[in-house]
Design a protein around this ligand. Sequence first.
Ligand code: AMP
Length: 319
Amino acid sequence: MSDENQELPVFTTAADMRAWVRKQKKSGRKVALVPTMGYLHDGHLSLVKAALERADVVVASIYVNPTQFAAHEDFDVYPRNPADDRAKLKAAGAHAVFEPESLYVAVPGAGEGSNVVGRETQHPDSHETYVTVERLQKPLCGGSRPHFFRGVCTVVTKLFHICEPDVAVFGRKDYQQWRVISRMVRDLDLAVEVVGLPICREADGLAMSSRNARLSDEARQKALCISRGLKWAEAGVADGSVTSPEAVKEHVRGLIEEAGGKVDYVELLNADNLGAISDLASQPTLLAVAAHFAAKDRGTVRLIDNTVLTAPAAAAAAN
Ligand code: AMP
């Protein structure tokens, strides 16, 4: 399938995308999907690489999904560079790109972003069907972005129906998203294998993110406190010197506040089911962080990051 001189097919309609995928499947090829919002970095490309190891053809989708943004969020300023994304995907070995203009029913007079939550048109023909994962969508990002996972689950369901992948690859950078989508696939009997892959970081530890491009130089330096805090917690919990959940949260929160960041949440939850925890020894524990740092254009940039803490007792129980 890979030929360096061949153009990378780019599909902009669901019908064309589906027809291409069905042709691949008819030829006996296994299809992987890598859903993205574009402005691709090496973290996204690591997913493409992993997808190539799991399937014969890899489709990457690029779509800034309006239904997962609220009106006050960064839909309008979310970084976009589709030409550069296509070049990166071709170099990474992807076989096709799905780049829809819109995945929602077009209604008369509704412009781009009309499905941003709080900006929707009241037109009777507009989109009104959503997928929600009831409990898992509530903590962490669901607390400050109550609309978010409804939008994610809805668009991922649409992408699954259009691209009909055998396997779909996600990053654990968005840990809760990976868990929510895995649960949705299980609960709705979707015939897709969901894979969650490790976080790719810059050399200095910052988790790669399309949103990093919006950070001021100073804020980018300050934001390193997040990965530093995660590393501190990982090491301290692993060697038994840190045993208190409250101490972990306080320390990480303190580092972010000292650096001038505004904490959205610093939270510890059961890494498997995102349930509440009472100690660090009984289970692998997700330490998840979301914090705002100054943007170079306007407002702030919300960054998320996480790690799984494994205390000696939790490691022993897992073996
Ligand atoms: P996004 O374009 O931010 O919606 O991300 C698309 C996919 O790439 C999601 O599954 C993310 O979890 C994943 N991703 C984003 N950043 C990273 C990263 N630094 N390392 C690994 N995966 C990532």
